[in-house]
Design a binder for this molecule. Sequence first.
Ligand code: ZN
Length: 89
Amino acid sequence: MKNNEIIQKLTRLYYMELYDGYTVKHLLLALVALFVLIWLFRFVWTFLKSKEVDYRHHVQCKNCGWSGTVEFEMKRCPRCGHQSFQKGK
Ligand SMILES: [Zn+2]
């Protein structure tokens, strides 16, 4: 089979009607749109996640020595309940 024949077959497939006036071209466009949407969603998600990091910080409990990353509002140690958190690095 010559290259031209393959291109012709692909072109025919590209414009082939699948359902009610929709062709492979529409299908490809829909797929591209879907990928763009997923990419946008991931971008927004990563942006929101990076903002979330600002509200968390690493702390250490002066009472029992527990250390971890907690929410900004959290003031009590999850292990001993003591209220003497020390800000870590
Ligand atoms: Zn503690």
